[in-house]
Design a protein around this ligand. Structure first.
Ligand code: F6P
Length: 330
């Protein structure tokens, strides 16, 4: 297929990488990056296994067909790897040699908080223009309403909790369900609200296990016999909550840790839409000569925020949603 020449000619060879935890919709974003780049006349490389691939030179040429049939696939076709070695200056030097060897003059980094911070260091140390795309099920990145994968993870957890509710109701039990989110409660809050959880425990809001026990007892007095407690992994372990509630209620208590299933699966329409739009915009920004930015979505519009600002600032949880969830699930 004939490709269009870039009118800015600032970048020629860009690379795309997906470091850190994978998130559903990363493949959709890779596809958007690769195809926008090729249609704009750029050469595009895929770096495999996150920062490890940059260090070890695992870099491959991406063609239009390299990203065919992946729009709906979870995970990342580029693979990923937790790479603490990248914190060492010496290791980064090897990575920078590979940037030079492949003449990479722009990068799109699709990842979470850690990837963003690492890419900021690369930009500072090498001057390489880098555009970040927020992709993390945790949705804890400042500068965007949604990170790629969050909506999918929420829907996956919600489906699981709806099923758990069936058995909780049948056996008249309390279920304490732990969801991911690292140090944040964004997944727990959205899942708790939409699953109608009787209590949501997140790190951002002080919680009182006695008060939750009391809420369960009040519920029992009104004829309720099963209860769902959603716990964010960063707040307290579901096991601890269960031990506490066993002592304070006369109900059977069970624990369910949803774990890594929340990171898999086919991305939802929202995760794909965000990925298509941000992937394409990231490449356009590189072509326009920009770098050190993160693209994001705010009130349905694509926005850009300087990477250092994203790294410095903390995304806030919506307390109104927390209060609403508590009020509705009495
Ligand atoms: O950041 C995404 C995330 O899934 C967190 O929610 C979780 O705490 C962490 O990654 C798990 O990391 P790993 O896959 O390395 O165990």
């Amino acid at each position: 297929m004939k490709t269009k020449e870039s009118k800015f000619h600032k970048v020629k060879n860009i690379a795309v990488v997906t470091p850190g935890g994978d998130a559903p919709g990363m493949n959709t974003a890779i596809r958007a990056v690769v195809r926008t780049a090729i249609f704009s006349g750029l050469k595009v490389y895929g770096i495999e296994k996150g920062w490890l691939g940059l260090i070890e030179g695992k870099i491959r040429n991406m063609e239009l067909q390299s990203v065919g049939g992946i729009i709906n696939r979870g995970g990342t076709i580029l693979h990923t790897h937790r790479c603490p070695e990248f914190n060492q200056k010496q290791t980064r030097a090897a990575a920078y040699e590979n940037l030079k060897a492949y003449n990479i003059d722009g990068m799109v980094v699709i990842g979470g908080d850690g990837s963003l911070k690492a890419s900021h260091i690369i930009h500072q140390e090498t001057g390489t223009p880098i555009i970040n795309i927020p992709a993390s099920i945790d949705n804890d990145i400042y500068g965007t309403d949604y990170s790629i994968g969050f909506d999918t993870a929420v829907n996956t957890a919600l489906e699981a909790i709806d099923k758990i509710r069936d058995t909780a109701t049948s056996h008249e039990r309390v279920f304490v369900i732990e969801v991911m989110g690292r140090n944040n409660g964004f997944i727990a809050l959205d899942v708790g609200l939409t699953a109608g959880a009787e209590a949501i425990i997140i790190p951002e809001v002080a919680f009182n296990l006695d008060a939750i026990g009391q809420k369960i007892r009040y519920g029992q007095q009104r004829g309720k016999s099963s209860f769902i407690i959603v716990v964010a992994e960063g707040a307290i372990s579901a096991g601890e909550v269960a031990v506490h509630l066993k002592k304070r209620t006369n109900l059977d208590v069970r624990v369910s840790i949803l774990g890594h299933m929340q990171r898999g699966g086919s991305p939802t329409a929202l995760s794909r839409e965000v990925a298509c739009k941000l992937g394409s915009r990231a490449v356009q920004l590189l072509i326009e000569g920009k770098g050190a930015l993160m693209v994001g979505i705010a009130s349905d519009k694509i926005i850009e925020t300087p990477t250092d600002e994203v790294a410095r600032r903390k995304k806030k949880i919506d307390l109104a949603t927390y209060k609403l969830a508590n009020m509705l699930a009495t």
